[in-house]
Design a protein. Structure first.
Length: 342
């Protein structure tokens, strides 16, 4: 190759690099200018104010937005009767979230150079931080009591899935009135089948509140899971029913929605969504035939809301709690919902 040819090749390469660099800058500028335009196939998401107070003229659905774009993983809201409409994004990132009576619990990741850490943040109605607590693992479940006085969260201390048995959880409750913290519910006294019970393999997860002293949760031990009735003042957990995971108490306090392991299903997808009558301990299978790995939410006294894997990570689906009807997709690209209002 002659000296002249080498110079021409170098000049062409420099021109190509310059063109590519200019294109990248213009593309970034175009993306910035279209921050609030719906991503292809996704919903429109715009920044705006978001309150955890129940709206006076309807119901609000607040959730973790999973739509691609600058507002992914932020808390967002839509009117509950128009879930397909434009979303208002708050700017507050959450991995798991729940809210009631103007109090929110937001489980967040803090990105580190070598390792991510996590924290539980208690929010007021304006999404301002009231208090935060470091957590010992990956966030997985969260709930606020109907009064807004108590908040609970569960994290994986080891492992990252409920499907197998090789995992450990840590579940905590905090009283937002005086910041009393019950850091590890495994320290509570367990009554199993009417007798005091102790074991090194006890795991607790998935709190759901009845009031400011009574809650329900899952207890796992000896390869089995149990629905437990929790008494915060007495610091006790009493088993009620076997094969119950991630319970969710109905608004009337009479039923528990939960995921149940069904024999014969895949080890990676072992659950079906059920409802338990607490008075009779009668189980009712819902019409949802897929494996549901979520803590369902009662959107009203008759309907369950839950996450199913989707194109953006997860979508929210609903199904009747009495086993009738059929499931339908309510909201694309969303996770960890809370209903505000009546």
């Amino acid at each position: 190759m002659t000296r002249t040819t080498r110079l021409l090749v170098l000049l062409v390469a420099m021109l190509l690099l310059g063109t590519a660099g200019t294109g990248a800058v213009l593309h970034a500028a175009d993306r910035s200018a279209r921050r609030d335009v719906a991503q292809p196939g996704g919903p429109l998401v715009t920044a705006g104010p978001l309150s955890l107070r129940a709206p006076p003229d309807g119901r609000l659905l607040v959730f973790r937005n999973l739509a691609w774009g600058p507002h992914r993983d932020e808390l967002a809201s839509v009117p509950a009767d128009r879930p397909e409409g434009p979303r208002t994004a708050s700017g507050v990132p959450c991995l798991r979230f729940h809210a009631a009576a103007g109090t929110g619990i937001c489980l967040q990741a803090e990105r580190g150079a070598l390792q991510d850490t996590y924290r539980a943040v208690v929010l007021d109605a304006g999404l301002h931080e009231l208090r935060h607590f470091p957590v010992a693992g990956i966030p997985t479940r969260s709930r606020v009591s109907p009064s807004g006085h108590l908040a609970a969260w569960t994290v994986f201390v080891s492992g990252d899935s409920y499907a197998g048995t090789d995992f450990s959880t840590r579940t905590s409750i905090v009283d937002t009135r005086d910041w009393t913290r019950y850091d590890n519910l495994e320290e509570f006294s367990v009554v199993k089948d009417g007798h005091p019970y102790q074991s090194h393999d006890v795991n607790i997860w998935g709190v759901t509140f009845a009031d400011d002293s009574t809650f329900y949760a899952t207890l796992a031990t000896g390869g089995q899971t149990y629905l437990v009735h929790g008494d915060l003042a007495a610091r006790t957990l009493t088993t009620l029913h076997q094969n119950v995971e991630c319970p969710s108490l109905s608004p009337d306090g009479n039923r528990i929605a939960y995921k149940k392991r069904v024999p014969g299903l895949s080890a990676d997808a072992p659950w079906r969504l059920y409802v338990l009558d607490l008075a009779t301990m009668t189980e009712t299978a819902t019409a949802e035939q897929r494996s549901i790995d979520d803590q369902a939410l009662w959107s009203d006294g008759d309907t369950l809301l839950y996450a199913v894997p989707g194109d953006f990570g997860a979508d929210l689906w609903s199904t009747p709690a009495d086993g009738s009807g059929e499931p339908h997709r309510l909201l694309d690209a969303a996770l960890a919902p809370a209903h505000l209002g009546r």
